[in-house]
Every structure is written in C-alpha cells, then in structure tokens.
Design a protein around this ligand. Structure first.
Ligand code: ADP
Ligand code: MG
Length: 777
C-alpha cells in the first residue's frame, strides 16, 4: 500500500509540473486568456467550493458559457494543484458521440496536450484513452455499460451528466441508477449540467440538491417567421388546392378544428395541414409558385433565396442553418454547391455539422474564414446546445429535428423528423446573438410556432417502452415496473404492463420476464423490437435484401407522393408496384426500380415519373447500409459479405418474415359479395388508409392482413399492411418460446375446428416447436 501511495504521489507531482509548465508557456497564457473571458471561468472558485460542499449539484447556464469544456477541467486542475491528480477520475457524459469527441479534443488542446493523455474520450467502437487519463468524456451509453460490470463505479471520483435538459432516455435511465448508488459511495460527486433546466424537478429528485446558475449574455435577435420572409420576397402563403380549385388565393390558415386533447396531436395536425402538397407559397403577380414544405425538400428554394440574399446584401457574420439530418443536409449542400454565389469557394465556406462528419471538418467549424468569405454551416440540432460556433450572426431554422443514434444502448427508434419545442426554437434563435445583434429566420408560420409544445416531452415518456424494457432487462435491473417507478418522471403503469405483455407475446421475454435469446439479440438492435425481429428472421432465412428495404422503409416518410393536383397520375404510377397485396412489397419494388435507375442521374427521372420521393429512397439506402453494419456487429451477417444482392427473394418467404415481425398486428379479412371488410380481435371492424395498396382491391385472396400501425380516429385505421396466409400465421405468428398453440388457434377462429383433428394439431405443434427452436438457437 505504501508503495502504491508513493507511486501515486510521484505521478501527481509529475502532473503538477506539467500543468504549471503549460500555464507559464506563451501558448498556455494565450489559452488562459480565452478561457478567462468565459462566464463559467468568472465563477470558477464559487463552482469549485459549491461542488466540494455538496454531493449532488445542478449547474445551468447559457449555451456556450463554458460548462462542458471548463467545469470538469476546473476539477481536474484543482485536483492536480493539490497534488491529487493521479487519484482523481472524472467522467463527463454526453448524449452524442460527436460532442464527446469534439469536447475532449478541445479540452486537451486547452491543456496543451494531445488527446489520450490526461483527457480522453470513449464512444461506441472508438476511443482515445490512456493509462494517465483522468478526465474522460463519453456517451451516456458507455457509462451505462460500464455500470453493468462495475456497479459501484469504483475509483471514479466525479460524474458529470451533461445536457440533462434534453431529458434523453439514457440520461433519465442513468439518473435512476446513480441516485441509488450515491448513499453507497458518499465520496462520489455528481454534477448535473444543462442549458435551460427545470431545476426544481431535479432538486427534489435528489432530495434538495442545490442549483447554481451561470448568467450569460446574448445580444438581441431579430426574428422572422415564414409569412414575413415570404412577404419580403413577394410571395403569399396560400392553401395549395384553393388556388387550383377556385382560381383565387386566400391566406393560409391553420385548421382550428384540431382536437385539443394533447400537444402532440395538435402538432401532428399542423404537420398534416402544411405537410406535402397542402401548402405552397404563391406569387399573385407572377403566378410563380415556390415550394415551401415539399416533403422532398424542406423549402430548399426558400433557404437558397435567403442565403443568397444574406451573402449579397448583409453585413459579415457566419450563417447557421438548422436541418433535420444527414439526408437533407447532404441534399441541400449539393444544391447550394451548384449555385453561382453560394457554390463559389472564394465567397462562401460551406460546412456541415453533423454526427458523422470527419474530425478535420469539425475543426473548420470553429475557425474564422478569410476576409470576404462567408461561413455557412448546415447543422442538425447538435448545434442547438452541444456545439457552439462563436461567430454566428444569422440563423435559419427549419423547425424540425430528427434524433437518430445507433448506439445499441442508445435505443432510439424514432427516425422521423418531428416539430421541435418552443424552447428549442428559442435556443436556435439564441445562437445568432452571441457576438453581436443577430437575425433569425424561422422557416414556418407563426401559428405553427404557437402550436409547438413548450418543452419536448422527456424521451422516456414518448418513445416506445418496449425498447426501454428490453434495456432494463439487458442491464439486469430486476423487475421492470419497480425500476421504472423510480424514474424522474415515470411512465404510466398500464403503458409499462402493455409493453411487457407485448414483449412476451413476441417472444422477447419469457413467462418470468427474463430475456429470451431472441430478446437478447433485440437489445443489440437500436430499433423497435418488431423491426429488429424482422431483420433477424430475414437474416436467418436468407431474404435479408428485401427485408432491409421493408424495415428501412418503415422508418422513413411514405415515399409514394400524391400531389393533390396530380392525384390520378400518381395513383396510376403507383399501381405498377401493387399486385402482391402488400404495401411493404410495393415499397420493395419501388426501391429496386430506383436502384436500377440510380446509375442514370441518381434515379431522379425515375422518381419524378413515378411520384416517388427521391429523398426517401436515399434515406432508405443509407439506413439499409447502417442496418447491415449492425447485423454484422452482432454476428447475424457474415462480416465478409460485401453486399446482400442475390439473396432469396421468394415472395412467400418475405411475406412470412413480415408476418413474423408484425404479429400481433393482425386482422382477418371477411369477404362479402362485392368487397371485403376487416376485423381485429380488440377493435372489431377496422379500415385501411386510403393510400394503402390493399385499399384499391375489391378482393384479397388471403384470410389475414398483418399491419404495422393502428391509428384511432373516428374509426380505427391500419397503416401499411401485407396479406398473409393461414400457414404463415400459424408458423410465424405468436410467441416463439411458449409455443402456445391453444391461444393461437383461438386467434385463428374458424381454424380451430380443423385443428380439432388431433393428428393435425400435433403435427402442427411439433413443426412449430422445431421452427421456434431453430430461430431461438
Ligand atoms: P457550454 O457547455 O456552456 O455550452 P462549451 O464549454 O461547450 O459551452 O463552450 C465554451 C466556449 O468554448 C464556447 O464559446 C465555444 O465556442 C468554445 N469552444 C468549444 N469547443 C471549441 C472548439 N473545438 N474550438 C474552438 N472553440 C471551442
Ligand atoms: Mg455544453
């Protein structure tokens, strides 16, 4: 022990010498000058004593005030100054990979070091961390995984949980665990940090933990909404169909008949109102129309116009454009590069800020461009609070965000862009006023902003609980309901029970709520269990290629477009993809057609002619590639396989696999003289969405439809369905492990009698059992 202490002491001294040498060097002094100007630095001593006096503290402050880069660094410096450097171990979690990487690099350079010395990072599949790393930035998922093996976080002295205002599921999840750990580790410090926070909620959760606020300063920001922006350019906002039908334009108005039950419902009604072709800007003078909310391009023309105007007429200052994700960022970039002004590298430095950008590109974001060159950064909501670009003066906000993350523990199945909250919109606007008065262009009407939710619902309350329940099980936290009852805001009891029941039905959990083998695989796939299940079976039965498309297709916007003025043409175009009584297979056909046409100008003409969204096709393509990587990671696809072309495309098999994934989303098809009706066990009669390929049929030569989603309006509507046969349902529906044939047969109603024949029932059961065993093993 004495030897160990001596070594620690020696190392701590070395660290102290190194730190002092840097602080006295000219570069070190210059760096310190920059840091001293940050609001957090001005409170350094207060922050340090605040942390040392309390086990849990909450620190909030304006984005960019220096929370993430400075506060963990203060601790490290002060521990080194008191010759305890070698004994401290500080962990700071980030919700996203990219911020863990960029922040750690920044902190290392502020300390005059390379990454992996005293400061390091760790994210899934990647990291820079050495023997002497004492300050580690990591994703929240990484810390959760460490807790699996090291329940007490032995040797960790400080845990920072950053960006808690985002209320991500992983962060909420981590807090449940840390809260329980604190009494067992009295010397462990927990620091919660955030931009804007409902401090009271966190204070009372941690039994009265104190909160501290770091005041910041921002300049005023002039705000424009879509109607002003359009007016500036001579356009008016009109309902698209009314121009065509009545030949006159009326100001576009939000549908006031929206049921005001829940915020999210209002938001989706707004989205319906201005989504797709319902909404268009139209110039009464020139008869010209401008697409504002074409699903294919979130007002790309509009963005281009505004950017061009800024470049030609406005004072210097960087521009930050908030987009939803990689797909629209890359398409917009392509479009802008082709523009005479915006694509001219002597006038514009066009950069992207996105989770998967290269680190060389990351650095450019923070640098000032040469004189006369305007920096334009196309970003996701990463730039909202996690990454601060200093010289921004103009902000464009598309009003939407998409969360995608592929950390297996970061199990976020939501891939669709959704409206942001008012708080997010304010954050985005605030980015424009950091160095001088700024300007913000919200690319949506004021009334849409008014309908935004105040805060975004915590992820734990809005994402499907099935994935969360699987995670709790994979981290071995015992009873799901009991664990979730200890959360900051617990989901409803019934919702939890439903999720557990569902997981049992699909065979991910057994009777006693333990993970099955299938369940274990599902925890490794960051998507809804049903989609993961479909992928797994697709891999087992060698029909992965079409199944990848089906699963990716279910995660993006409906790629079949129906512009109101060309409805008939669009319908006719779509009919060539029908024929298999399946929306899923129609999509597979459309995608395969696009793949064949892609060599020809990216398949643009194919999409145009067939009323297919090119954006969705590209998004599907990207997702497919990511899914393959995931399947390779967990060993379900041979890692040497380059692509999956040539794998089985037997339609029956694909239908069976779709059935396997979507069960228990199933309804029976009842034929009458002229057409058919649909029934589910719980709802009785249900209807199909009019855009379903099955809605155009008068007869469906199968007894069942499996469906992806059920939406309750005045009636219950089914979205995306595939017709399947009895044998598919018998063999691929229902619980795999239980092999609960009795229930299963009841479900199949009329077939019960048939199976009363004991030999047939036995035969079925044994086939089913073998199949189940095969899949589970
Ligand atoms: P907060 O966490 O409070 O939002 P940060 O600690 O991330 O603030 O950032 C503090 C300051 O450091 C900001 O002004 C930001 O612009 C600057 N900064 C952060 N990362 C970098 C970087 N990689 N390069 C240059 N400046 C950076
Ligand atoms: Mg921060």
């Amino acid at each position: 022990k004495a030897v160990m202490e001596k070594i620690l002491c020696q190392r701590s001294l070395q660290m102290l010498n190194q730190q002092q040498a840097w602080q006295e060097s000219p570069e070190g002094k210059r760096m310190l000058e920059f840091r001293r100007r940050l609001p957090a630095y001005k409170k350094k001593e207060r922050i340090l004593s605040f942390i040392s006096m309390n086990q849990v503290v909450i620190i909030s402050g304006e984005t960019g005030c220096g929370k993430t880069t400075q506060i963990p660094q203060f601790i490290l410096e002060s521990e080194i100054d008191s010759v305890r450097g070698a004994a401290c171990s500080i962990i700071c979690t980030q919700p996203r990979r990219i911020s863990a990487m960029s922040v750690s690099e920044r902190v290392a350079s502020e300390r005059g070091e390379k990454l992996g010395e005293s400061v390091g990072y760790k994210v899934r599949l990647e990291g820079m961390k050495g023997r002497d790393t004492h300050l580690l930035f990591c994703t929240t998922g990484i810390l959760l995984r460490r807790l699996l093996a090291d329940r007490k976080l032995k040797s960790v002295t400080h845990v920072f949980v950053d960006e808690i205002h985002e209320r991500g599921m992983n962060e909420d999840f981590l807090l449940i665990i840390l809260k329980e750990l604190l009494p067992h580790r009295p010397e462990l410090k927990l620091i919660l940090m955030s931009a804007t926070v409902d401090a009271e909620l966190f204070c009372s959760y941690f039994n009265g933990a104190p909160a501290m606020y770091i005041p910041g300063f921002t300049y005023p920001v002039k705000t424009h909404f879509l109607e002003n922006i359009l007016e500036m350019t001579g356009y008016k906002l009109t309902p698209y169909n009314q121009i065509d039908d009545c030949g006159q334009e009326r100001m576009w108005k939000m549908n006031k008949q929206t049921p005001r039950k829940r915020k999210s419902q209002i938001v989706s009604a707004v989205e319906d109102a201005i989504g797709a072709a319902d909404f268009k800007a139209y110039s009464p003078q020139t008869q010209e129309s401008l697409s504002c909310w074409n699903p294919d391009c979130i007002g790309f023309n509009l963005i281009e116009n505004i950017l061009c105007n800024i470049c030609e007429n406005e004072r210097p200052g960087a521009v930050l454009v908030f987009m939803t994700g990689w797909d629209d960022i890359s398409s917009l970039k392509e479009k802008l590069l082709a523009h005479t002004v915006l694509g001219d590298p002597n006038r514009v430095l066009l950069l992207i800020c996105h989770g998967s950008m290269a680190s060389s590109e990351q650095k450019l974001i923070f640098e000032e461009p040469e004189d006369g060159v305007r920096k334009i950064v196309l970003a996701t909501n990463i730039a909202e609070t996690s990454i601060t670009i200093n010289d921004v003066v103009f902000v464009l906000d598309c009003g939407k965000a998409k969360e995608t993350s592929y950390d297996a523990l970061n199990n976020t199945p939501c891939l669709l862009p959704t409206w942001i909250s008012k708080v997010s919109a304010q954050q985005r606007r605030g980015r424009a006023g950091r160095v001088q008065p700024g300007e913000c262009y919200h690319l949506y009407p004021r009334c849409v902003y008014d309908a935004f939710a105040e805060y975004q619902l915590p992820e734990i309350l809005r994402t499907p609980l099935q994935s969360l329940c699987l995670q709790i099980k994979s981290l071995r936290f015992g009873s799901i309901s009991e664990f979730l009852s200890r959360a900051l805001q617990s989901p409803e009891v019934l919702a939890v029970q439903n999720a557990i029941e569902y997981l049992k039905i699909i065979g991910a959990l057994d009777e006693n709520e333990n993970l099955t083998i299938l369940g274990r695989y599902l925890t490794m796939l960051p998507m809804e269990p049903k989609l993961g299940k479909m992928l797994i079976l697709g891999a087992i039965f060698n029909c992965l290629d079409p199944i990848l498309t089906v699963v990716a297709g279910l995660s993006v916007r409906d790629p079949f477009l129906t512009p109101l003025d060309k409805k008939d043409l669009a319908e006719a175009a779509k009919s060539q993809f029908c024929g298999a009584y399946s929306d899923h297979l129609a999509l597979v056909k459309a995608y395969e057609g696009w793949k064949d046409a892609e060599m020809d100008l990216g398949g643009y003409e194919y999409c145009w002619k067939n009323f297919i969204s090119l954006q969705s096709m590209k998004a599907i393509d990207l997702l497919r590639r990511e899914f393959i990587c995931l399947l390779k990671d967990i060993g379900l696809v041979d890692s040497n396989t380059a692509s999956c072309n040539g794998w089985s495309s037997d339609v029956n098999l694909i239908q069976a696999v779709i059935c396997y994934g979507l069960y228990p989303g199933i309804c029976s098809v009842v034929h009458n003289e002229k057409s058919f009706s649909l029934k589910t066990m719980e709802d009785g009669q249900v209807l199909l969405y009019s855009n379903s390929v099955n809605a155009r049929e008068t007869k469906i030569p199968y007894p069942w439809l499996v469906f992806n989603e059920k939406v309750k309006m005045n009636s219950v509507f089914l979205r995306d369905s595939t017709a399947v046969s009895d044998s598919m349902v018998l063999l691929f529906g229902g619980s795999l492990l239980k092999g609960d044939a009795d229930n299963h047969l009841k479900m199949l109603g009329g077939y019960l009698e048939f199976f009363m024949e004991p030999t047939v029932a036995e035969m079925y059961q044994s086939i089913k059992r073998e199949l189940d065993n095969f899949i589970q093993s």
